[in-house]
Design a binder for this molecule. Structure first.
Ligand code: FA5
Ligand code: MG
Length: 344
């Protein structure tokens, strides 16, 4: 009987040694130590043994059972450790691999140009003011010397929401709003960027929604030559010394006298092409000396104070600066266009 037990022990230990998975070990445990296993079978036959033999064989059987159990345990631990090591090896980080580049976005070209213009005016002592895009008839027109029924209202075809509310057609209402806040006391020196809306037909240089940047300076002794100086400084900084600039007499109900500023066309350099409508020039802004009526309506004494104002189109400025041939590129979200403005 002892020989049989010894043989079972050797057999079991060999199988444990060869086991490759936790499942194999479980099977071995059931096969050798289970209720129907050979060791249990052997022990069941102990009744036939003599009283002297019985404790010896019993002790031996227990010894074998312990040996197999211990061996199973050791092998289980080894297999578990191996599994962890394999997993760690698989998940290990190769610190020598080159990094993956992070996809970085860039500012929209229009945003970039507006920020550049803002910086330029901030450096000249202006601050930034804001106003609402849904505006009242009063601020968009009346406070700017455009009473109801005034023919010049037709210069800017409007999107009305109610009889009294509209999408602002220009950033000029911020002039009136800002002056009111100053309660008749100068100086006022602001720029105001924002969206404006007009029922214009879209083409290469017109959009029904576009941006404007308003400028307003009100103080004692502000003159037309101050306006010219500011606009020339701005144009030279933005477009370089060699670009041609012209001021042309114009009309706005809220300025007197009024001018418009043109820049020589980037495409044809003034010869005339489809972008500049064969004039050689592209209009970028309207400006003038603030009309006394506008000053008075906003609470300023027009005998003491004078001022100048301007309103420019940053899309047109960006087009001239970067040679963009269609204003619609700014609003069509084509990544091939937008990615060209990535700063290195
Ligand atoms: C005005 O809107 C006046 N408020 C400007 C002004 C302000 C004059 C202060 C005097 C004092 P105008 O309609 O010309 O003026 O527009 C000003 C600029 O906005 C134009 O020079 C042009 O650059 C731009 N602009 C006008 N209409 C469009 C459009 N449909 N699409 C894109 N840009 C436009
Ligand atoms: Mg104009």
């Amino acid at each position: 009987m002892q020989d049989r037990l010894q043989a079972l022990k050797e057999e079991a230990l060999l199988k444990i040694e060869q086991a490759e998975s936790l499942k194999d070990l479980q099977d071995i445990k059931v096969a050798y130590l289970g209720k129907k296993g050979p060791i249990t079978e052997v022990l069941k036959g102990m009744g036939k043994l003599s009283a002297e033999e019985r404790p010896v064989v019993g002790a031996f059987a227990n010894e074998i059972r312990d040996a197999i159990t211990t061996s199973l345990q050791e092998k289980t631990e080894r297999l578990e450790a191996q599994a962890i090591e394999a997993k760690l090896a698989q998940e290990s980080i190769d610190v020598t691999l080159p990094g993956r580049p992070i996809a970085k976005g860039n500012a929209h070209p229009l945003t970039a140009v507006i920020e550049e213009i803002e910086d330029l005016f901030l450096s000249m002592g202006f601050t930034v003011a804001e106003g609402p895009e849904v505006e009242t008839d009063y601020y968009n027109f009346e406070a700017l010397n455009l009473p109801k029924g005034h023919p010049a209202r037709d210069m800017q075809d409007s999107f009305f929401i109610t009889d009294d509310l509209l999408l602002r057609t220009q950033t000029s209402p911020v002039q009136a709003r800002t002056m009111e806040k100053h309660h008749g006391k100068g100086p006022v020196k602001i720029i105001s960027p924002g969206k404006v809306y007009r029922r214009d037909d879209d083409d290469a240089t017109h959009s029904h929604q576009f941006m404007q940047i308003e400028g307003l300076v009100v103080d004692e002794n502000v003159r037309m030559s101050d306006l010219k100086g500011v606009l020339e400084t701005f144009a030279k900084k933005m477009f370089g010394e060699e670009r041609k600039i012209r001021l042309r007499p114009s009309f706005f109900p809220f300025t007197e006298p009024s001018v418009e500023m043109d820049i020589s066309c980037f495409k044809c350099s003034g010869k005339g092409c489809s972008i500049c409508k064969h004039t050689g020039w592209i209009e970028i802004l309207g400006a003038g000396m603030v009309h006394p009526n506008v000053l008075e309506m906003a609470g300023f004494d027009a005998k003491k104070y004078t001022g100048f104002a301007f309103g420019m189109g940053p899309e047109r400025i960006a087009m001239l600066k970067y040679g963009i041939d269609d204003i619609r590129h700014f609003y069509s979200n084509d990544l091939r266009f937008l990615k060209q403005f990535k700063k290195a």
